[in-house]
Ligand binder design. Structure first.
Ligand code: UD1
Ligand code: UDP
Length: 353
């Protein structure tokens, strides 16, 4: 059978890696890269390091407002899908590339799977929330990472199409953590010591697009008396550079790093401060305290289990919260295991139905 996997952004390459490997044991998989993320350190290096086959097509669509970006992706992807006429299309997560893949499949009447279905922040000002809702309602099969995601799908009348598979990011993390421990030299390269630094990532539009808000966050983070390693997302880098924002020398801004170096930084840090979805999950799986700079999260289990807290730049005690947060010691398996194999079993049933 012919299966098309649609990806475009960094976290999608990471999610694709373990699934692609399993799918290719049984089927002909084509990878279509929309081009959404294009810097070598946001795209190419992930394909190389995670041994993902080169994309069969790269649509080269980058930047632009949401309508322009999504519109161009729809035109480009539809053309390829009509030409290749696959038996199934797989989309991942909640980016504009996800939305595009689901819409093209639905309009062309091709079966589709949405991986990471059922997540909700209940905040429609996030572009991701709109993308997820549309992808869930237009995809034929919904692979949910958590029980909460299943409940969200039930509440929207989608339970007939929903499958609790677990989260594919567990597999990629488990497949690579030992390799990262052995191979990554990032701590030496940065001259930092295990457990004596915090790791920071920021890329949500509401935290970084307004230079005043980003400067406020950098001021707050600058008053933390611990080294903070900050691999800077290109969206954030643009705002910092164009507006000449200030930060203390304790904050070490570096380019985005490869997956092995990043999980090594996560595994060795004292705490993680982030607004990323994937990083919150990895923090939980690696048993790291996570401080999330967001008003809400889709990954509510990480809060409930006591490993994650939400904070905002408007909070007077931002720094105290970040510095003093100590996670719970209890830990349960929220995100599943051997997820790619479960997904492929489910895909076999779908293809044979
Ligand atoms: C996108 C996703 C977001 C996801 C994030 C993962 C949408 C709406 N947003 O956000 O859900 O969490 O990816 O990282 O799909 N840029 C570069 N080089 C790159 C990539 C981006 O310069 O390699 C620039 C773009 O040209 C653009 C900006 O960064 O100006 C934002 O990129 P875009 O892909 O639109 O959104 P992200 O913030 O990356
Ligand atoms: N990541 C990485 N290098 C970095 C920053 C993040 O490899 O410099 C990985 C991280 O391990 C996680 C994923 O990128 O698996 C998260 O992606 P991102 O934060 O861009 O997107 P989100 O998960 O918020 O959609």
């Amino acid at each position: 059978m012919k299966i098309i996997s649609v990806v475009g952004a960094r976290p999608q390459f990471i999610k694709l890696a373990p699934l692609s490997k399993e799918i290719r044991k049984l089927h002909n998989e084509l990878i279509i890269h929309t081009g959404q993320h294009f810097d070598e350190d946001m795209s190419k290096y992930f394909f190389e390091q995670l041994e993902i086959p080169e994309p069969d097509y790269n649509l080269g669509i980058r930047g632009g407002n949401h309508g322009e970006q999504t519109g161009k992706m729809l035109i480009g992807l539809e053309e390829v899908v009509i030409k290749e006429n696959p038996d199934l299309i797989i989309v991942f997560g909640d980016t504009n590339s996800t939305l595009t893949g689901s819409l093209v499949a639905a309009k062309l009447g091709i079966k589709s799977v949405h991986i990471e279905a059922g997540l909700r922040s209940f905040n429609r000002s996030m572009p991701e929330e709109i993308n997820r809702i549309i992808s869930d309602h237009t995809s034929d099969y919904l692979f949910a990472p958590t029980k909460t995601a299943i409940r969200n799908l039930e509440n929207e009348g989608l339970s007939n199409n929903a499958y609790l598979t677990g989260d594919i990011m567990v597999d990629v993390l488990m497949n690579n953590i030992e390799k990262a421990k052995t191979n990554s030299q990032i701590l030496n390269e940065l001259n930092i010591v295990s457990n004596q630094y915090y790791l920071l990532t920021l890329h949500r539009p509401y935290n970084v697009d307004d230079p005043k808000i980003l400067q406020k966050l950098l001021n707050l983070l600058s008053s933390i008396d611990t080294t903070i390693v900050f691999p800077v997302h290109p969206r954030t880098n643009k705002i910092i550079t164009e507006n000449n924002l200030n930060y203390s020398s304790k904050i070490r801004l570096i380019k985005p790093v490869g997956y092995l170096d990043f999980i090594s930084l996560e595994n060795n840090c004292a705490k993680i401060i982030t607004d990323s979805g994937g990083v919150q999950k990895e923090a939980y799986i690696l048993k790291k305290a996570c401080i999330t700079i967001r008003p809400e999260t889709e990954w509510v289990e990480t809060l409930e289990e006591g490993w994650n807290i939400l904070i905002s730049a408007d909070q007077a005690d931002f720094v105290e919260q970040a510095v003093n947060f100590n996670p719970s010691h209890a830990h349960r398996n929220v995100f599943g295991s051997n997820v790619a194999a479960k997904m492929v079993d489910q895909i076999e049933e779908i293809l044979n139905s």
